[in-house]
Design a binder for this molecule. Structure first.
Ligand code: NAP
Length: 261
């Protein structure tokens, strides 16, 4: 029997690339990100080891119409997508009023608009083909916790969690399962892309992409809706329920400030 097909956005590095590695046994992959060279390298690696078929779609998801372009690509190749991993995302660390609005606009387009449109288009596509399917939206522990200097990022991830949890409920009697994965600090280039670095003595707190994705996929297969990865992160989310909001905000701001170079 031929393999099922999955789409992974942000497949060129970090958590998205790890999703590709861990899905490769069961799925053929459509790899999406802007860095075409890195996607081709990954495709060659998979095909060299005869793991699966791969298609590369270099796309800037912060551009209008990118989600539709993705659907057209799938239709052109006559694929039935049974797994969508909406993983591409970026953050920014600065005081809200001190940053250019364009930075936030770009983040909102990638973290919210593209993810929503892809979920919508492929939700309809999955309903139409009727096979068992999964949508995984990558949010963050920042979807629970309010962190100063991460205002727009936290707000975008709160949106992703809300959207995913409601759609999961709406689709509960269908063949589509929706999960929202909430990693905490993870060892990827996410911080460097914000021009920040986690100092050596704080790196113990980072999870590896491998651990994050393993837990995410195990719990997705059990049809869990909200998946906070790692015990330290789960503890943080529980603590957040009991500590007064302003105190938690002040604490989380201090922890993040002291954790970044
Ligand atoms: N690392 C953490 O600490 C952490 C914690 C919680 C949640 N997360 C979430 O995890 C997800 C993955 O992040 P990561 O940690 O793996 O970071 P990463 O290593 O920086 O990966 C980000 C991925 O998104 C892609 N991407 C960025 N902008 C894009 C655009 N405009 N169009 C298409 N693709 C784009 C990047 O590829 P190109 O540059 O090639 O386009 C890259 O593949 C994000 O949603 C992030 O918010 C990360």
């Amino acid at each position: 029997m031929s393999k099922k097909w999955a789409i992974v956005t942000g497949a060129s590095s970090g958590i998205g690339k790890e999703f590709c590695y861990q899905l490769a046994g069961e799925y053929n992959l459509v790899l999406i990100a802007r860095s075409e060279g890195k996607l081709i390298e990954l495709k060659n690696e998979f095909e060299h080891h005869h793991l699966n078929q791969c298609l590369v779609l270099p796309l800037d998801l912060s551009q209008t119409d990118s989600a539709r372009e993705c659907l057209q690509f799938i239709q052109k190749h006559e694929l039935k997508i049974q797994m969508l991993v909406n993983n591409a995302g970026l953050g920014h660390h600065s005081l809200f009023v001190e940053e250019e609005f364009a930075t936030f606009q770009n983040m909102i387009h990638l973290n919210i608009t593209a993810l929503t449109e892809l979920t919508h288009l492929f939700g309809q596509h999955m309903l139409a083909h009727g096979l068992e399917s999964f949508i995984i939206n990558v949010a963050s522990t920042a979807s629970f916790i309010q962190v100063p200097k991460y205002s727009v990022y936290c707000a975008t991830k709160f949106y992703v969690r809300q959207l995913s949890e409601i759609i999961a409920y709406e689709l509960r009697d269908t063949n589509i399962s929706v999960s929202c994965v909430c990693p905490g600090a993870t060892d990827t280039s996410f911080m460097q892309n914000m021009g920040k670095e986690v100092p050596q003595n704080k790196q113990w707190a980072l999870m590896s992409p491998k651990e994050v994705v393993k837990e995410a996929l195990t719990k997705t297969s059990q049809k869990k809706t909200t998946i906070v990865t790692g015990n330290l992160n789960k503890f943080q989310i529980i603590l957040n329920r009991f500590v007064p909001k302003k105190l938690m905000m002040s604490l989380s701001g201090k922890v993040i400030d002291s954790s970044l170079k």
